[in-house]
Design a protein around this ligand. Structure first.
Ligand SMILES: Cc1cc2nc3c(=O)[nH]c(=O)nc-3n(C[C@H](O)[C@H](O)[C@H](O)COP(=O)(O)OP(=O)(O)OC[C@H]3O[C@@H](n4cnc5c(N)ncnc54)[C@H](O)[C@@H]3O)c2cc1C
Length: 386
Protein backbone atom coordinates (compact mmCIF):
# COMPACT_ATOMS: atom_id res chain seq x y z
CA UNK A 1 0.00 0.00 0.00
CA UNK A 2 1.27 3.53 -0.81
CA UNK A 3 1.70 5.71 2.28
CA UNK A 4 2.11 9.45 2.88
CA UNK A 5 3.15 11.51 5.90
CA UNK A 6 0.16 13.78 5.29
CA UNK A 7 -2.98 13.20 3.28
CA UNK A 8 -5.31 16.15 2.75
CA UNK A 9 -8.86 15.60 1.50
CA UNK A 10 -10.19 18.63 -0.40
CA UNK A 11 -8.70 21.31 -2.67
CA UNK A 12 -10.58 24.31 -1.28
CA UNK A 13 -8.90 26.95 0.89
CA UNK A 14 -8.92 24.67 3.95
CA UNK A 15 -7.15 21.78 2.24
CA UNK A 16 -4.66 23.80 0.20
CA UNK A 17 -3.60 25.99 3.14
CA UNK A 18 -3.24 22.94 5.40
CA UNK A 19 -0.91 21.19 2.96
CA UNK A 20 1.11 24.36 2.41
CA UNK A 21 1.34 25.24 6.12
CA UNK A 22 2.39 21.69 7.00
CA UNK A 23 5.37 21.81 4.65
CA UNK A 24 6.26 25.42 5.56
CA UNK A 25 6.33 24.41 9.24
CA UNK A 26 8.85 21.68 8.46
CA UNK A 27 6.46 18.71 8.21
CA UNK A 28 8.04 15.68 6.58
CA UNK A 29 6.87 14.66 3.11
CA UNK A 30 5.48 13.15 1.11
CA UNK A 31 2.17 15.04 1.02
CA UNK A 32 -0.83 13.94 -1.03
CA UNK A 33 -3.87 16.16 -1.68
CA UNK A 34 -6.92 14.32 -3.01
CA UNK A 35 -9.90 16.17 -4.39
CA UNK A 36 -13.20 15.28 -5.96
CA UNK A 37 -12.90 18.44 -8.06
CA UNK A 38 -11.95 18.15 -11.74
CA UNK A 39 -10.21 21.54 -11.83
CA UNK A 40 -6.92 22.55 -10.18
CA UNK A 41 -7.53 24.57 -6.97
CA UNK A 42 -9.46 27.77 -7.70
CA UNK A 43 -11.27 30.48 -5.77
CA UNK A 44 -14.97 29.98 -5.15
CA UNK A 45 -16.10 33.52 -4.15
CA UNK A 46 -15.82 34.94 -7.72
CA UNK A 47 -18.16 32.21 -9.05
CA UNK A 48 -21.29 34.11 -7.97
CA UNK A 49 -19.74 37.54 -8.60
CA UNK A 50 -17.42 38.68 -11.41
CA UNK A 51 -17.13 35.24 -13.03
CA UNK A 52 -20.92 35.00 -13.38
CA UNK A 53 -21.36 38.63 -14.43
CA UNK A 54 -18.79 38.73 -17.17
CA UNK A 55 -19.35 37.39 -20.66
CA UNK A 56 -15.94 35.70 -20.37
CA UNK A 57 -17.05 33.60 -17.43
CA UNK A 58 -14.89 30.59 -18.18
CA UNK A 59 -11.73 32.05 -16.60
CA UNK A 60 -11.13 30.77 -13.05
CA UNK A 61 -9.04 32.53 -10.44
CA UNK A 62 -6.51 29.99 -9.19
CA UNK A 63 -5.80 29.67 -5.47
CA UNK A 64 -2.57 31.56 -5.34
CA UNK A 65 -0.59 29.04 -3.29
CA UNK A 66 2.64 27.34 -4.11
CA UNK A 67 1.73 23.68 -4.59
CA UNK A 68 5.30 22.54 -5.24
CA UNK A 69 6.16 19.39 -3.25
CA UNK A 70 2.47 18.52 -2.93
CA UNK A 71 1.11 15.68 -5.05
CA UNK A 72 -2.36 16.80 -6.17
CA UNK A 73 -4.77 14.23 -7.57
CA UNK A 74 -7.86 15.73 -9.21
CA UNK A 75 -11.14 13.83 -9.77
CA UNK A 76 -10.25 11.48 -6.90
CA UNK A 77 -13.10 11.36 -4.38
CA UNK A 78 -12.27 9.54 -1.18
CA UNK A 79 -14.86 6.84 -0.51
CA UNK A 80 -13.93 5.86 3.05
CA UNK A 81 -11.51 6.48 5.91
CA UNK A 82 -10.26 3.79 8.29
CA UNK A 83 -8.89 5.52 11.38
CA UNK A 84 -7.66 2.44 13.24
CA UNK A 85 -5.56 1.22 10.30
CA UNK A 86 -4.85 4.79 9.19
CA UNK A 87 -5.72 4.54 5.51
CA UNK A 88 -8.17 6.16 3.13
CA UNK A 89 -9.82 4.49 0.14
CA UNK A 90 -10.44 5.95 -3.32
CA UNK A 91 -12.10 4.10 -6.21
CA UNK A 92 -8.63 2.98 -7.28
CA UNK A 93 -6.74 2.09 -4.10
CA UNK A 94 -6.13 2.27 -0.36
CA UNK A 95 -3.49 4.77 0.76
CA UNK A 96 -1.90 4.99 4.22
CA UNK A 97 -1.28 8.16 6.22
CA UNK A 98 0.48 9.37 9.37
CA UNK A 99 -1.52 12.62 9.50
CA UNK A 100 -4.84 13.41 7.86
CA UNK A 101 -6.58 16.76 7.26
CA UNK A 102 -10.25 16.53 6.32
CA UNK A 103 -11.36 19.56 4.31
CA UNK A 104 -14.22 18.26 2.15
CA UNK A 105 -16.30 21.45 2.40
CA UNK A 106 -19.96 21.30 1.57
CA UNK A 107 -22.30 20.86 -1.35
CA UNK A 108 -25.53 22.64 -2.30
CA UNK A 109 -28.76 21.65 -0.59
CA UNK A 110 -31.59 20.74 -2.98
CA UNK A 111 -35.37 20.94 -2.99
CA UNK A 112 -37.05 17.68 -1.99
CA UNK A 113 -38.69 15.60 -4.73
CA UNK A 114 -37.01 17.23 -7.73
CA UNK A 115 -38.03 15.20 -10.77
CA UNK A 116 -35.02 13.56 -12.41
CA UNK A 117 -35.82 15.18 -15.79
CA UNK A 118 -35.99 18.69 -14.32
CA UNK A 119 -33.43 21.20 -15.56
CA UNK A 120 -31.95 23.12 -12.62
CA UNK A 121 -28.60 24.56 -11.60
CA UNK A 122 -26.61 24.97 -8.41
CA UNK A 123 -23.43 26.98 -7.94
CA UNK A 124 -20.58 25.45 -5.96
CA UNK A 125 -17.91 24.33 -8.40
CA UNK A 126 -16.21 25.58 -11.54
CA UNK A 127 -18.11 22.89 -13.45
CA UNK A 128 -21.38 24.31 -12.05
CA UNK A 129 -20.35 27.77 -13.24
CA UNK A 130 -19.57 26.52 -16.76
CA UNK A 131 -23.01 24.86 -17.02
CA UNK A 132 -24.72 27.91 -15.55
CA UNK A 133 -23.05 30.47 -17.82
CA UNK A 134 -23.72 28.32 -20.89
CA UNK A 135 -27.41 28.21 -19.93
CA UNK A 136 -27.45 31.92 -19.07
CA UNK A 137 -26.05 32.70 -22.52
CA UNK A 138 -29.21 31.19 -24.06
CA UNK A 139 -31.73 32.40 -21.45
CA UNK A 140 -33.89 35.50 -21.23
CA UNK A 141 -35.44 34.82 -17.82
CA UNK A 142 -34.16 33.22 -14.61
CA UNK A 143 -35.60 32.17 -11.27
CA UNK A 144 -33.24 32.04 -8.30
CA UNK A 145 -34.60 30.16 -5.28
CA UNK A 146 -33.05 31.25 -1.98
CA UNK A 147 -32.09 34.62 -0.51
CA UNK A 148 -28.85 33.76 1.27
CA UNK A 149 -25.59 35.39 0.19
CA UNK A 150 -25.12 33.17 -2.86
CA UNK A 151 -28.75 33.59 -3.98
CA UNK A 152 -28.57 37.39 -3.69
CA UNK A 153 -25.15 37.62 -5.35
CA UNK A 154 -26.12 35.31 -8.20
CA UNK A 155 -29.47 37.07 -8.77
CA UNK A 156 -27.63 40.40 -9.07
CA UNK A 157 -24.96 38.95 -11.35
CA UNK A 158 -27.51 37.31 -13.67
CA UNK A 159 -29.44 40.59 -13.83
CA UNK A 160 -26.23 42.44 -14.71
CA UNK A 161 -25.74 39.90 -17.53
CA UNK A 162 -29.10 41.08 -18.88
CA UNK A 163 -31.47 38.36 -17.70
CA UNK A 164 -34.88 39.13 -16.21
CA UNK A 165 -34.44 37.64 -12.76
CA UNK A 166 -37.03 36.63 -10.16
CA UNK A 167 -35.78 35.74 -6.71
CA UNK A 168 -38.06 33.49 -4.65
CA UNK A 169 -37.61 32.99 -0.92
CA UNK A 170 -39.57 31.97 2.16
CA UNK A 171 -37.84 34.81 4.02
CA UNK A 172 -39.79 38.07 4.33
CA UNK A 173 -36.69 39.93 3.13
CA UNK A 174 -33.32 38.85 1.70
CA UNK A 175 -31.07 37.70 4.56
CA UNK A 176 -33.67 39.03 6.99
CA UNK A 177 -33.31 36.14 9.45
CA UNK A 178 -29.55 36.30 9.59
CA UNK A 179 -28.96 40.05 9.38
CA UNK A 180 -32.20 41.75 10.50
CA UNK A 181 -34.66 44.19 8.89
CA UNK A 182 -32.45 47.16 8.02
CA UNK A 183 -29.71 45.32 6.10
CA UNK A 184 -32.42 43.26 4.44
CA UNK A 185 -34.08 46.47 3.21
CA UNK A 186 -30.76 47.71 1.84
CA UNK A 187 -30.20 44.44 -0.05
CA UNK A 188 -33.78 44.61 -1.35
CA UNK A 189 -33.05 48.08 -2.71
CA UNK A 190 -29.83 46.93 -4.39
CA UNK A 191 -31.59 43.99 -6.04
CA UNK A 192 -34.63 45.94 -7.20
CA UNK A 193 -32.40 48.68 -8.63
CA UNK A 194 -31.09 45.93 -10.94
CA UNK A 195 -34.72 45.07 -11.82
CA UNK A 196 -34.62 41.77 -9.88
CA UNK A 197 -38.23 40.88 -9.02
CA UNK A 198 -38.59 39.63 -5.43
CA UNK A 199 -41.24 37.07 -4.47
CA UNK A 200 -40.80 36.86 -0.71
CA UNK A 201 -42.46 35.00 2.13
CA UNK A 202 -43.36 32.15 -0.16
CA UNK A 203 -42.10 28.56 -0.44
CA UNK A 204 -41.62 26.53 -3.58
CA UNK A 205 -44.16 23.72 -3.43
CA UNK A 206 -42.80 21.75 -6.37
CA UNK A 207 -40.92 21.74 -9.64
CA UNK A 208 -42.22 20.14 -12.85
CA UNK A 209 -39.80 19.22 -15.61
CA UNK A 210 -38.19 20.90 -17.21
CA UNK A 211 -38.43 24.20 -15.27
CA UNK A 212 -41.97 24.93 -14.12
CA UNK A 213 -41.78 26.23 -10.54
CA UNK A 214 -44.92 26.06 -8.40
CA UNK A 215 -45.17 28.34 -5.37
CA UNK A 216 -47.31 27.69 -2.32
CA UNK A 217 -49.39 30.82 -3.03
CA UNK A 218 -50.57 29.33 -6.33
CA UNK A 219 -48.15 31.25 -8.57
CA UNK A 220 -46.38 29.31 -11.33
CA UNK A 221 -43.15 30.49 -12.90
CA UNK A 222 -41.63 29.14 -16.11
CA UNK A 223 -38.11 30.57 -16.44
CA UNK A 224 -35.52 29.70 -19.07
CA UNK A 225 -33.06 29.07 -16.24
CA UNK A 226 -33.61 27.81 -12.68
CA UNK A 227 -30.91 28.27 -10.03
CA UNK A 228 -31.28 26.69 -6.59
CA UNK A 229 -29.39 28.58 -3.88
CA UNK A 230 -30.73 26.90 -0.76
CA UNK A 231 -27.64 26.74 1.41
CA UNK A 232 -25.05 24.02 1.81
CA UNK A 233 -24.71 20.60 3.44
CA UNK A 234 -21.37 19.26 4.75
CA UNK A 235 -19.81 16.75 2.32
CA UNK A 236 -19.11 14.14 4.96
CA UNK A 237 -21.15 11.10 3.87
CA UNK A 238 -17.91 9.24 3.18
CA UNK A 239 -17.09 9.49 6.91
CA UNK A 240 -20.33 7.85 8.08
CA UNK A 241 -18.65 4.60 9.18
CA UNK A 242 -15.32 6.17 10.20
CA UNK A 243 -16.18 6.47 13.89
CA UNK A 244 -15.55 10.23 13.84
CA UNK A 245 -17.96 12.32 15.89
CA UNK A 246 -20.29 14.24 13.55
CA UNK A 247 -22.82 16.88 14.58
CA UNK A 248 -25.43 17.59 11.88
CA UNK A 249 -22.87 16.28 9.40
CA UNK A 250 -20.02 18.47 10.67
CA UNK A 251 -16.82 16.92 11.99
CA UNK A 252 -16.28 17.85 15.65
CA UNK A 253 -12.78 19.10 16.47
CA UNK A 254 -11.06 20.73 19.42
CA UNK A 255 -9.36 24.15 19.58
CA UNK A 256 -6.35 22.71 17.78
CA UNK A 257 -8.75 21.47 15.09
CA UNK A 258 -7.90 17.86 15.92
CA UNK A 259 -10.56 15.16 16.05
CA UNK A 260 -10.68 12.60 18.84
CA UNK A 261 -8.21 10.56 16.74
CA UNK A 262 -4.63 11.76 17.17
CA UNK A 263 -3.16 13.32 14.03
CA UNK A 264 -6.52 13.61 12.26
CA UNK A 265 -7.78 17.17 11.77
CA UNK A 266 -10.83 18.81 10.20
CA UNK A 267 -11.17 22.36 8.87
CA UNK A 268 -13.44 24.65 6.88
CA UNK A 269 -17.14 24.34 6.08
CA UNK A 270 -17.25 20.68 7.15
CA UNK A 271 -15.86 21.29 10.65
CA UNK A 272 -17.58 22.17 13.91
CA UNK A 273 -14.62 23.58 15.79
CA UNK A 274 -14.07 24.77 19.33
CA UNK A 275 -13.07 28.41 19.04
CA UNK A 276 -10.35 29.51 21.44
CA UNK A 277 -11.78 33.02 21.92
CA UNK A 278 -15.53 32.36 21.59
CA UNK A 279 -15.15 29.52 24.09
CA UNK A 280 -17.63 27.32 22.26
CA UNK A 281 -17.97 25.27 19.09
CA UNK A 282 -18.85 27.30 16.02
CA UNK A 283 -19.49 26.46 12.38
CA UNK A 284 -18.42 28.86 9.65
CA UNK A 285 -18.79 28.81 5.88
CA UNK A 286 -16.32 31.50 4.87
CA UNK A 287 -13.36 31.42 2.56
CA UNK A 288 -10.85 33.24 4.79
CA UNK A 289 -11.75 31.19 7.84
CA UNK A 290 -11.32 27.88 6.01
CA UNK A 291 -7.90 29.17 4.98
CA UNK A 292 -7.03 30.23 8.54
CA UNK A 293 -8.21 26.90 9.95
CA UNK A 294 -6.20 25.01 7.35
CA UNK A 295 -3.09 26.90 8.38
CA UNK A 296 -3.64 26.00 12.05
CA UNK A 297 -4.28 22.32 11.27
CA UNK A 298 -1.31 22.07 8.90
CA UNK A 299 1.07 23.55 11.45
CA UNK A 300 -0.29 21.30 14.19
CA UNK A 301 0.12 18.24 11.99
CA UNK A 302 3.77 19.30 11.62
CA UNK A 303 4.18 19.29 15.41
CA UNK A 304 2.88 22.73 16.38
CA UNK A 305 0.36 23.57 19.06
CA UNK A 306 -1.79 26.37 17.66
CA UNK A 307 -5.43 27.16 18.27
CA UNK A 308 -8.09 28.66 16.02
CA UNK A 309 -8.64 32.12 17.46
CA UNK A 310 -9.59 34.59 14.69
CA UNK A 311 -13.09 36.12 14.59
CA UNK A 312 -14.86 34.71 11.52
CA UNK A 313 -15.72 37.11 8.75
CA UNK A 314 -16.38 37.56 5.08
CA UNK A 315 -17.31 40.02 2.33
CA UNK A 316 -20.27 39.73 0.01
CA UNK A 317 -20.96 41.63 -3.22
CA UNK A 318 -24.51 42.26 -4.39
CA UNK A 319 -23.99 43.94 -7.74
CA UNK A 320 -21.65 46.83 -7.04
CA UNK A 321 -22.44 46.93 -3.31
CA UNK A 322 -20.10 45.33 -0.80
CA UNK A 323 -21.07 44.08 2.64
CA UNK A 324 -18.46 43.11 5.21
CA UNK A 325 -19.55 40.86 8.03
CA UNK A 326 -17.70 39.53 11.07
CA UNK A 327 -19.57 37.48 13.67
CA UNK A 328 -19.57 34.32 15.73
CA UNK A 329 -22.59 33.50 13.59
CA UNK A 330 -24.64 31.65 16.20
CA UNK A 331 -27.29 34.24 16.94
CA UNK A 332 -28.02 37.72 18.32
CA UNK A 333 -30.91 39.23 20.28
CA UNK A 334 -30.40 42.93 19.64
CA UNK A 335 -29.02 45.12 16.88
CA UNK A 336 -28.18 48.79 16.51
CA UNK A 337 -27.86 50.49 13.14
CA UNK A 338 -25.59 53.48 12.58
CA UNK A 339 -26.34 55.18 9.26
CA UNK A 340 -24.24 57.66 7.38
CA UNK A 341 -25.97 58.46 4.07
CA UNK A 342 -25.73 55.32 1.90
CA UNK A 343 -23.16 53.82 4.26
CA UNK A 344 -24.19 51.92 7.38
CA UNK A 345 -22.88 49.71 10.15
CA UNK A 346 -24.98 47.25 12.11
CA UNK A 347 -23.80 46.10 15.53
CA UNK A 348 -25.20 42.80 16.81
CA UNK A 349 -25.29 41.78 20.47
CA UNK A 350 -26.42 38.89 22.61
CA UNK A 351 -27.02 39.59 26.29
CA UNK A 352 -25.50 43.02 25.53
CA UNK A 353 -22.19 41.48 24.49
CA UNK A 354 -21.06 42.30 20.96
CA UNK A 355 -21.29 39.21 18.74
CA UNK A 356 -21.23 40.65 15.23
CA UNK A 357 -20.73 43.61 12.94
CA UNK A 358 -21.99 44.21 9.41
CA UNK A 359 -20.92 47.18 7.42
CA UNK A 360 -21.43 48.78 4.03
CA UNK A 361 -18.83 51.35 3.02
CA UNK A 362 -17.30 51.59 6.50
CA UNK A 363 -14.34 49.25 6.19
CA UNK A 364 -12.79 50.62 9.38
CA UNK A 365 -15.83 49.44 11.38
CA UNK A 366 -15.24 45.90 10.12
CA UNK A 367 -11.70 45.75 11.50
CA UNK A 368 -12.64 47.67 14.65
CA UNK A 369 -15.66 45.41 15.15
CA UNK A 370 -13.57 42.28 14.80
CA UNK A 371 -11.21 43.48 17.52
CA UNK A 372 -14.11 44.44 19.79
CA UNK A 373 -15.82 41.07 19.28
CA UNK A 374 -12.57 39.25 20.05
CA UNK A 375 -12.22 41.29 23.24
CA UNK A 376 -15.76 40.49 24.41
CA UNK A 377 -16.74 44.18 24.33
CA UNK A 378 -20.24 45.35 25.19
CA UNK A 379 -22.64 46.77 22.62
CA UNK A 380 -22.44 50.09 24.43
CA UNK A 381 -18.65 50.11 24.06
CA UNK A 382 -18.95 49.46 20.33
CA UNK A 383 -21.46 52.28 19.88
CA UNK A 384 -19.44 54.77 21.88
CA UNK A 385 -16.05 53.95 20.34
CA UNK A 386 -16.85 54.97 16.75
C1 LIG B 1 -20.53 30.67 -5.26
C2 LIG B 1 -19.88 30.84 -3.92
C3 LIG B 1 -19.51 32.11 -3.49
C4 LIG B 1 -18.92 32.28 -2.25
N1 LIG B 1 -18.55 33.53 -1.86
C5 LIG B 1 -17.91 33.70 -0.69
C6 LIG B 1 -17.45 34.99 -0.29
O1 LIG B 1 -17.62 35.98 -0.99
N2 LIG B 1 -16.78 35.09 0.88
C7 LIG B 1 -16.57 34.00 1.68
O2 LIG B 1 -15.96 34.14 2.75
N3 LIG B 1 -17.02 32.79 1.35
C8 LIG B 1 -17.67 32.60 0.18
N4 LIG B 1 -18.11 31.35 -0.17
C9 LIG B 1 -17.93 30.24 0.77
C10 LIG B 1 -16.51 29.66 0.64
O3 LIG B 1 -16.21 29.41 -0.70
C11 LIG B 1 -16.42 28.40 1.47
O4 LIG B 1 -16.67 28.73 2.83
C12 LIG B 1 -15.05 27.77 1.34
O5 LIG B 1 -14.79 27.39 0.01
C13 LIG B 1 -14.94 26.55 2.26
O6 LIG B 1 -13.68 26.02 2.09
P1 LIG B 1 -13.38 24.49 2.40
O7 LIG B 1 -11.92 24.32 2.16
O8 LIG B 1 -13.94 24.12 3.71
O9 LIG B 1 -14.23 23.66 1.33
P2 LIG B 1 -14.46 23.81 -0.20
O10 LIG B 1 -13.94 25.06 -0.77
O11 LIG B 1 -15.90 23.47 -0.42
O12 LIG B 1 -13.59 22.64 -0.80
C14 LIG B 1 -13.91 21.31 -0.51
C15 LIG B 1 -13.07 20.41 -1.38
O13 LIG B 1 -13.22 19.06 -0.97
C16 LIG B 1 -13.43 18.24 -2.09
N5 LIG B 1 -14.13 17.03 -1.64
C17 LIG B 1 -15.36 16.92 -1.10
N6 LIG B 1 -15.62 15.64 -0.77
C18 LIG B 1 -14.51 14.95 -1.09
C19 LIG B 1 -14.15 13.57 -1.01
N7 LIG B 1 -14.98 12.64 -0.50
N8 LIG B 1 -12.93 13.19 -1.47
C20 LIG B 1 -12.07 14.12 -1.99
N9 LIG B 1 -12.36 15.42 -2.10
C21 LIG B 1 -13.57 15.81 -1.65
C22 LIG B 1 -14.18 19.10 -3.05
O14 LIG B 1 -14.06 18.61 -4.37
C23 LIG B 1 -13.46 20.43 -2.85
O15 LIG B 1 -12.26 20.45 -3.57
C24 LIG B 1 -18.71 31.16 -1.41
C25 LIG B 1 -19.10 29.88 -1.83
C26 LIG B 1 -19.67 29.72 -3.08
C27 LIG B 1 -20.07 28.34 -3.53
Amino acid sequence: MDAYSLIVIGSGPGGVSAARAYLSAGGAGPVLLLTADDDPPYQRPPLSKEALRSADAQALTPIDDDLADIEVRLSSPVAAVDLSRRWIRTAAQEIGFDHLVLAPGSHPALLPDLPSEADWHVLRTAADLRRLTTAAGQARTAVVVGSGFIGCEAAASLAIRGLQVTLVSPEIGPQQKRLGDDPSRAITGWLTSLDVRLLLGVEVSGVEAPRRVHLQNGTTLEPDLLLLALGATPSTDFLASSGLVLDEGRICVDRRLETSTRGVYAVGDAALAQHAVAGRAIAVEHWGDAEAMGTVAGRNAAGGSEVWDTVPGFWSEVGEHTLMYAAWGDGWDRLEVVEDGEAFTVWYARNDVLVGVLTHEHEDDYERGRALIAGGASLAAALSSG
